[in-house]
Each structure stands twice: as C-alpha cells, then as structure tokens.
Design a binder for this molecule. Sequence first.
Ligand code: HEM
Length: 581
Amino acid sequence: MAAAASLSYLSPPTVMNFNHIHRSELGSLHSSVPTNLHQIRPQSYRIRCQSTSTDEVKTKRNFLDNASNLLTNFLSGGSLGDMPIAEGAVTDLFDRPLFFSLYDWFIEHGAVYKLAFGPKAFVVVSDPVVARHILRENAFSFDKGVLADILEPIMGKGLIPADLDTWKLRRRVIAPGFHSLYLETMVKIFTSCSERTILKIDKLLERESLQGGQTIELDLEAEFSSLALDIIGLGVFNYDFGSVTKESPVIKAVYGTLFEAEHRSTFYIPYWKVPLMKWIVPRQRKFQKDLKVINDCLDGLIRNAKDTRQETDVEKLQQRDYSNLKDASLLRFLVDMRGADVDDRQLRDDLMTMLIAGHETTAAVLTWAVFLLAQNPSKMKKAQKEIDSVLGQDEPTFESVKKLDYIRLIVVESLRLYPQPPLLIRRSLKSDKLPGGYNGNKDGYAIPPGTDIFISVYNLHRSPYFWDHPNEFEPERFLVQKKNEDVEGWDGFDPSRSPGALYPNEVISDFAFLPFGGGPRKCVGDQFALMESTVALAMLLQKFDVELKGSPESVELVTGATIHTKNGLWCKLRKRSHETS
Ligand code: HEM
C-alpha cells in the first residue's frame, strides 16, 4: 500500500541553506518562549545571543551545576557529570505544560541536558542523532520507565508498557494485523463513522435554519473524540460504541479511564501505588469501577471471538476476502492466527492499549489541524480545492485518499507543531554512552543504568536548527529538502532513504521529525491513523466552512499524554456553498 503512494511531498533534492548557525554559537542561544503556546507567533518568536557571560553568572552557574551534579551523581550512581543542567524554578513545572519549560531549557542549555527536580533527575534530549541512538540504534537498552509505571495498571502487558520479552512476542503478532486489505477495509469504517458526524452537524444546521440562522457553534474537539472512539472500537475489536450519537456506561468508563491515565501522567507523586489507596481515594475507586466495566466488555468480545475462531496461517489471513468479512477487526485477526494462542488477559491488555493509544492521539491531531487551518484561511481554501478536485461530492475511498496529498501534509504538519505525545519516555536498562549532541560535549555522555530520559519531540519539531519558521503552520515545508551542515552526524531530509513512504517520516528526516516515533517501538498504527485523520478532515471540509468561535489565544492548552484544549475547540460551522468556492 505504501508503495503506491507518491513522494510528491518532497521535490528533487534541493539542499536548502537554513539557520546557518555555527556550533560555537549554539551554546549561547536564547529565546523568549511565552507561557501560552498560542502566543508563539513568528513575530514574537526570536533567537538572540545572550548578552553576557559575566564572572558572576558563571560562578552562580558553576555552583548550581556542581550542587546538582553531586545530587544527581549521588542518586544515579554517577557519570552524568559534565552534562549541562537546567536551572528551572519548580514553579516552571506547575504553571504550564512541562514541555514549554523543556523548550526554554533546550534553547538555553543545548540539545542534551539534565533536569534535576526534587529527588529525581531526567536527561532531556532534543537532538535527532541522540534520539536515533535511543530509539533505533540501541533501542533494546531502554524500556518505557516512568511511562510503564503509570500505564501498567491500565494496559497491563500491552505493547506500550510491556517488558521487552513480552513486547517482542506481541509486536510480532500484532504488526502483521495492519496489512493492506485490513487498511482498505478500515477506510470504509473511517468514512461511515465520519458520515455520522457529518449527519449530526447537518441536523444541527437544519434545526438552526428553521430559526433563520446559517451557522452553528460546536466543540469540534468533543466531536473528534467521539468519532475516534467509534472508529477505534470498530477497527480494533468490532464494537460499535456509537458515541457520536449516544452515551453509554461503557463510553463513560472509557472516558473515565482516559481521564485517570492523564491524571497519573501529570501527577508527580504516584500515591495510587500505596496499598489501600485504590479503595480509599474516591477517584481511585471510580477508576477501579470504570476499569471493570471496560474489562467486562472486552472479555465478552474476546470470548465471542474465540467461540467463532477459524484458525488460519498468517499469510492466508492477510489475503482473506475482506469485502465479505462481517468482522474485519484486529481482534478477529489475532484470535484466528495459527500459532498465536495467548491467554485472554494478554489479549485484553493488547486491546486496551490500542484503544487508548489510537483514540486520543487521533482526536488531538484532528483538533489541532482544524485549529491551525482556521487561522490560515488561504490554506483552508487550498485544502478544500484539493478535496473538490479529488473527491468532488463523493466519499473518500482507499484509492482516492492516497491522492489527498495536501490534506495529508496538513495532518503531518499539525503533528509537527502539536506532537502526540510531546515527549517520548525511556529508562536505560544498562550503562550506555549517548552521542554528544550538536551543541554539547563532543565525546558524548556516559549514562548509568536506570537513567530516566525524555526525548522531547516538541523541541525536535520546533527546533530552530532544523526548521525554517519553526512555529509557523506551513504544510508546504515538506516539499523542500533540508540540511544543516553544522549538525554533525545528522544527514538532513532525504526522500531516497524511504522511497514510496506515505508521509514525511523519521527515516527521511534522519530523526528530526518523529510524528509516530521511530525504531522498533514506532507506532504500529501509523498508517491507520494517517488515513483516518485524512478521511475525517477531508469529509468535514468537503461539507462545511469552519471558523474559530473566539480568538486563537482563548483556546487554552493542557497536556496529559497528548496535547489538548482546556475548554474545547469551539468553532462556527456553516454549510459550504459549492457555487462560490
Ligand atoms: C495520530 C495518531 C497517532 C499518533 C500521533 C501516534 C503516535 C505514537 C507514537 C509517537 C508512538 C511511539 C511511542 C514511544 O516510542 O514511546 C506510538 C506507539 C504506539 N501506537 Fe500510536 N499513534 C497514533 C495512532 C495510533 C493508532 C490508531 C493505534 C492503533 C490502532 C496506535 C497504536 C500504538 C501502539 C500499540 C504503540 C506502541 C508500539 C510499540 O511499543 O511497539 N497508535 N504511537
């Protein structure tokens, strides 16, 4: 399937000279990063040289460096010694999403630095060469660390938190499930579910027109969340949540669980691990109840799939007549695969993991794509023009969706500006040596086992060293190849590294762009998610014109595992008039 896609987003290799910053200057770059992301505009964003490095400042910094080194070395068993240290105030961690502060410190301290707060130290990575080392070259020397601690009670031994042995077994079985015929069938599910959202909006507009109005106001983030939930339920375990049109105890339990996952990922003290807490703290009691509702539902679906099992070799499964299959879900594939017997508990963990991994992420990318388009009317028009010319008034198909090149670039550009998740989390399992980074110690940094690492995808995606106008929404940017010759060990954007790729990815960008991660633990649902988002966005813009209800600044941003809005993405929608467009 990927081979059929063109490389039209990358023109022939024209090497662009951008951000020609010499290594000697990099250490002293500084930026004023606003507290609210929506204040980051091209005009307000700037990089300036630090005016001074006086003795006083040096002394203060050395003192703090030494104190923090001592603490960190004491706690970590030594050897992060000469890594720059972030000197953030603790309030930085609470006043605003953590990744904003990580960005400030990246500009100040460089692409590999140590963040020490409380009794804990993290290494923060914003360098593609180091990211490539951790995610791909030495991937099996790291596990998910803090993330696994948080997610294990919810996802058990699902792919995301799984230990390496379990992960190897399950990835081998799950990845082949996302084969070409499955994805083709999924496009039909994407369109039929998106059609429900369109019909819902149509009905609201009809009701409005009876009162003389032509525009409705709607929280599109909530709509995308329902849409993504319906799609993931049908695609992964053939269960129709029907959440676009109704509420149910299972839907409420799913949202309750997502809410708790988010709470745990942003709460610094894991009190839920203390025995009895899950029965004493009301929100933990509710969480246990929600989990039971979902688990009972999944157990029923697994029992049903096992009762109707038709054991088949994996190659034959991938060539089934999907057009006649009543249940094309991933669960069906996993249960029917010969030689892949597994207990119900593991299957449940697999399904729960995909439910959570595939729901919020997709809803978030659609939310931010609309947010960005609504502020860029000319790009919105350009998108609608492509939709009109490729689809006319028809629904997307597996073939036509591949021709929606500009919509796909909008999706990946939205993931560049709002990566989901903004941080990838790892913990070293053994001693290792991280490459130095382009503005750090050239010899690299030795790290002991147990070092906690944040790979800041947000920093990589907005790095002034790799992107022109890093904070601007420019889907067209991927049509031009990039290279910064000053960054040693980074080979620039080169489409020949991944011929036929469906989207600009980590291989083409040599790990400067990680919309779906990279290496062996890369997102298993990347093509599913990309087509899903392309279909949903195309169908919405095919029928409606969308504007923000308030100012962009009023759309406040919060994060848990993903970046989302504080109070919804309130938009004004009106039916498109095709005569005038
Ligand atoms: C726009 C939507 C999506 C985005 C941005 C996204 C992003 C990611 C990223 C960045 C990772 C790597 C995490 C890491 O290295 O720590 C990941 C892993 C994963 N994603 Fe996605 N994802 C999306 C949709 C989906 C969907 C639709 C599914 C399933 C149907 C899915 C299933 C998974 C799973 C199972 C993993 C863990 C893979 C492993 O460890 O082997 N994701 N995703």
